[in-house]
Design a protein around this ligand. Structure first.
Ligand SMILES: Cc1cc2nc3c(=O)[nH]c(=O)nc-3n(C[C@H](O)[C@H](O)[C@H](O)COP(=O)(O)O)c2cc1C
Length: 312
């Protein structure tokens, strides 16, 4: 007997990886150790991303490194991370996390990225994400000139020639030529794009002392306040690449309808960072449940039917 009900299919194919749902833990949030990644996976995330790793350990900026603002956070962590050798130990047998794990890496130049990508390829990661887009760390990301179409092409091409895993390029909402950057990344071999990193830098001044709150003075903005910009960036990237590679929409997603908006703009999956602070680990299951409810209400059976519908 056939029972007449329809199921909403939330699964996503991304850079050759199958995700059971489109929610991905963004880099920098609970991604510094395998146990935390497992906790996030057990809480319903479709995939998880590790905190960006550099070749050598980095102590990052002194505290305070994060301050809450209306509608989000300003952070200047300064890529505090354990470095490659420790990461190899921490993330050994990382497939035990239970969902695909994406390795995020940062370096000063193409050679540094290529070295890290080759080393990370030896572990059980599902993909490698190149963070070319931090808006506020000297020597890395935008401040190292990595956010141009030319630099994106050069770094991505060199990494793709050596990495044995699919490469994701993480872009910046600060960039004005997103279409060109996205096309350069795809031409160089990227299998997906993450749009994107935090926005800024911004500054908060503590009026009693008259001094910036963050020790580093400025930081990148994240959370609901950046969502309209992130949605527009995803829209622009999708328009330029015409769906050639999947886009991960990151910036301010905390609810199912935020995710639906990102998907309608052209994202195939969504990154969630600051949403974890606001909603707790339940955010992944709740966002998935709310997307599923939306699909059922609209009679949408497969999530990919919604990808890019805002483009007409
Ligand atoms: C505390 C903090 C640390 C972050 N660290 C990284 C990082 O190491 N690498 C990276 O690519 N992005 C990092 N990000 C950026 C996030 O991955 C994400 O792109 C950004 O916060 C926007 O998404 P959201 O609004 O969901 O947080 C960090 C963000 C926050 C708030």
């Amino acid at each position: 007997m056939v029972i007449g009900y329809s199921m909403a299919d939330l699964s996503v194919e991304l850079a050759g990886i199958r995700l059971k749902n489109p929610t991905i833990l963004a880099s920098g949030i609970m991604g510094s150790d395998k146990a935390s990644l497992k906790k996030v996976a057990d809480s319903g995330a479709g995939a998880v991303t590790i905190k960006s790793i550099s070749k050598d350990p980095k102590s990052g900026h002194p505290n305070p490194t994060v301050v809450e603002v209306e509608g989000g956070f300003l952070n200047a962590i300064g890529y505090c991370n354990m470095g490659l050798e420790n990461a190899k130990l921490e993330f050994a047998a990382v497939s035990s996390v239970g969902v695909p794990v994406i390795a995020s890496i940062v370096a000063e130049d193409a050679e540094g990225f290529t070295y890290l990508a080759e080393e990370m390829s030896a572990l059980e990661f599902s993909a490698i994400e190149l963070a070319l887009s931090c808006p506020h760390t000297p020597g890395l990301g935008l401040l190292a000139g990595q956010g141009t179409p030319e630099a994106t092409f050069e770094i991505t091409k060199r990494v793709c020639s050596k990495a044995k895993l699919p490469v994701i390029v993480k872009m910046s909402p600060n960039s004005l030529d997103l279409g060109e950057i996205a096309k350069s990344a795809v031409k160089a071999g990227a299998k997906a794009l993450n749009m994107g990193n935090s926005l800024g830098p911004g500054m908060v001044i503590e009026t009693k002392s008259g001094k910036p709150v963050l020790d580093f003075k400025v930081g990148g903005m994240s959370g609901p306040i950046v969502k309209p910009i992130a949605v527009r960036c995803v829209y622009d990237v999708y328009e330029a690449t015409r769906g050639k590679v999947p886009v991960i929409g990151t910036g301010g997603v905390a609810k199912g309808l935020d995710a639906v908006e990102m998907i309608m703009a052209g994202a195939s999956a969504v990154g969630i960072g600051t949403g974890v602070y606001y909603q707790g680990l339940n955010v992944f299951r709740e966002v998935s449940r709310e997307i599923e409810e939306f699909m059922k209400r609209r009679g949408v059976q497969k999530l990919r039917e919604l990808v890019g519908v805002a483009h007409g």
